[in-house]
Design a binder for this molecule. Structure first.
Ligand code: BDP
Length: 656
């Protein structure tokens, strides 16, 4: 195995009695007569051949053992489905076409995971309507913060030649419920909006829409400008328009966007909309013209509105020149604009206020924005989390975030409830993940990084799904191993995030890596700029008498975070400058726990090497070796990180 098949790695079913029952049930299929029939039939054929050794017959009568048909249950929405076993017939019902597509992948998963089918009673409706991957892919083929090779989009070959990976990419996404992709980097090269590129995009859209996936593009706010007028940051790209300004209040600029959007829809009728990074890290935006984010976003939104498109506007802004504490900026800039965005604008906020650190308390805008839909941006690519070397399973981190209680409407107002519209009504229920794919053989560089892609999709479909279920299904359908090997792999994956965070970002001490690569230890460079350290303690005082960041949270959290005794220890160094001799809940000093914490990375990888060796016989040799090589590299790098950490911190510790 190369890993190319991902979790659609169809292999013969092992349990023979079960296999017999599957053969009986899956041998004849009555397709629903929906627009996905062809794709459904293809996928079933491939899967059933490999798993059961049969070629299903597609017949259109009620004798078929799998019956797919429409039902009138409107509450299934555009994508939901029902699966039941009715007197030894499997009934898949949906209210709308895409439900059949997702239902089919569910039927396939039942076989892959060898579930018994006698008592099926499944009802699935996605909790979020927009489940997106954001690719940070540049037009020159590079991927910003991508660790799995070059971009999947072969711009020089498109639109004439269509790489076969496009279809496999779409299949993989559809199988986990992803229904939108932003093709290009948020640091957007405006040329993506040029007609020649739009034709390429249209060719991709043609493939992706067969799998219910819509394309979105990251748009550069200064795109309407002519190359000679564009701001310095854009010189490497140039604008694509002919104007001297991108001022959102200028009618010519508005007209430019209207015309451009009309052109896009003429080529891509189901185009999803724009993702915009504006006035962030040097990118152009409405503030260049003394306009607000809302004034900027609304111009694009109005152009898209007649076509049903949306604007996803990022809230990732910071400016150390204005704020002593950079993480306060997003909230300060966006909260006053609540209610000022057009109804087809969604704001997209990173899970934490800093920047995709291994562990961060949730961004305080969640729960605070009451009239604007807010969509979390999670990072699947492991920018600060070991890139493609470390085995770090991120599902537990995302759960921690989704379960974060904002208290915005009393206890229990967690992020899951907020984004699914259970706290305040929200027009858009959405979540995005920054993709970790590239053109490497196995798509994600590290075989185990596939699990993060998979888990993201499953959590976007259902944020309440248990990690145990997601993990078990990923392992079974990817590794085709027996139960005992499954247990070992689970044991490897589950503690990795916690141990990575404890060793690389202890107690939410953010930014511990080097400034450019975000991988190797960078304590010396970060210390006393990003956080304070001396021989009395370490951390950042964000309490009332510090930067007062705590005040951006609702009262219960604010009070807890502000008090060193009540602050969750997980977030201690994000909110406090903690004396080394501070007493922790365990009764030990902070110093002792901190030092212990740093060791967890090396211990974790050593344990994983043992565990992985113990299942050598149960894993195909190629993937076994490739994972082992990653683990050995991880071991080296974790040791190096640990040594730098000890070397650096011990200078300040009271007990050396
Ligand atoms: C940071 C990345 C940078 C991105 C930026 C963003 O280091 O490459 O452009 O976030 O999200 O994490 O815009």
């Amino acid at each position: 195995d190369t890993g190319y098949e991902l979790w659609l790695n169809y292999k013969p079913v092992q349990d023979l009695p079960l296999k017999q029952s599957y053969i009986q049930l899956y041998s004849q299929v009555n397709l629903p007569q929906c627009k996905y029939d062809e794709v459904i039939a293809e996928e079933l054929k491939g899967c059933l051949k490999a798993t059961l050794g049969i070629t299903p017959r597609f017949i259109s009568n009620t004798r078929a053992s799998i019956q797919m048909s429409y039902c009138k249950d409107k509450s299934l929405g555009m994508e939901g489905y029902l699966i039941r076993n009715n007197n030894n017939k499997i009934i898949l019902q949906a209210y709308s076409d895409a439900g059949f597509l997702y239902g089919t992948f569910h039927l396939i998963r039942l076989i892959q995971c060898e579930y018994p089918l006698d008592r099926l009673n499944i009802r699935e409706v996605p909790a979020l309507d927009y489940r997106q991957l954001n690719h940070w892919d540049d037009l020159n083929g590079n991927i910003e913060r991508g660790y799995a090779g070059k971009t999947l989009w072969k711009w020089d070959e498109l639109p004439e030649r269509l790489d076969e990976r496009y279809t496999d990419y779409a299949r993989a996404n559809a199988s986990i419920g992803i229904n939108g992709v932003v093709l290009n980097n948020v640091n957007a090269d405006p040329r993506i909006l040029r007609r020649d590129y739009l034709k390429k995009v249209s060719a991709l859209a043609h493939i992706l829409r067969k799998y219910n996936i819509r394309i979105y593009l990251a748009a550069n706010f200064a795109a309407p400008m002519k190359p000679s007028s564009t701001p310095d940051v854009m010189k490497k790209w140039g604008g694509v328009g002919e104007l001297d300004t991108a001022n959102p209040l200028d009618p010519n600029v508005q007209e430019w966007w209207n015309t451009k959007v009309d052109e896009i829809y003429s080529l891509i009728p189901d185009f999803g909309g724009f993702l915009v990074k504006a006035n962030s890290e040097g990118m152009p935006g409405p503030q260049d013209y003394h306009c607000t984010h809302a004034e900027g976003a609304n111009v694009l939104a109005r152009a898209l509105k007649p076509h049903g498109g949306i604007v996803i506007w990022r809230t990732f802004v910071y400016n150390p020149q204005i704020d002593k504490d950079r993480i306060k900026r997003s909230y300060k800039e966006f909260l006053p604009l609540d209610g000022k965005f057009d109804e087809n604008v969604i704001l997209q906020a990173k899970n934490g206020a800093l920047d995709f650190q291994p562990i961060e308390p949730a961004q305080p805008l969640f729960g605070a924005m009451k009239q604007t839909s807010l969509m979390p941006e999670l990072q699947i690519t492991q920018e600060y989390i070991g890139q493609s070397t470390y085995l770090v399973y991120l599902a537990p981190m995302w759960k921690e975030f989704l379960n974060f209680d904002t208290y915005c409407k009393g206890a229990g107002s967690n992020i899951t409830k907020i984004i699914t519209g259970k706290v305040y009504p929200t027009k858009y229920r959405a979540m995005a993940g920054v993709a970790n794919t590239g053109d490497s053989n196995n798509w994600t560089g590290h075989h185990f990084a596939q699990a993060n892609w998979f888990a993201f999709g499953r959590l976007a479909w259902n944020p309440k799904e248990t990690i145990e279920k997601i993990t078990s299904e990923w392992i079974k359908s990817t590794w085709n191993c027996d139960r005992s090997a499954e247990r070992v792999i689970t044991q490897m994956m589950m503690p990795t995030w916690n141990n990575y965070a404890r060793s690389h970002s202890p107690y939410s001490l953010g930014l511990t890596t080097q400034v450019s690569c975000h991988y190797r230890a960078g304590f010396d460079i970060r210390a006393n700029k990003e956080w304070k350290i001396d021989n009395k303690g370490i951390g950042t005082n964000r309490t009332f008498n510090g930067t007062d960041y705590v005040s951006q949270y609702f009262p219960t959290n604010c009070t807890h975070f502000n008090d060193i005794k009540q602050c969750p220890e997980l977030y201690l160094l994000c909110f406090h400058y903690v004396p080394w001799n501070h007493l922790m809940k365990s009764g030990d000093t902070f110093e002792k726990e901190f030092v212990e914490s740093l060791k967890q990375g090396v211990q974790q990888v050593e344990e994983n090497i043992q565990l992985w060796r113990s299942i050598r016989e149960k894993i195909d040799s190629r993937r076994f070796e490739e994972v082992m090589n990653c683990l050995l590299k991880e071991q080296q790098d974790a040791k190096a990180f640990y040594e730098s950490a000890v070397g650096f911190f011990s200078a300040y510790l009271p007990h050396k």
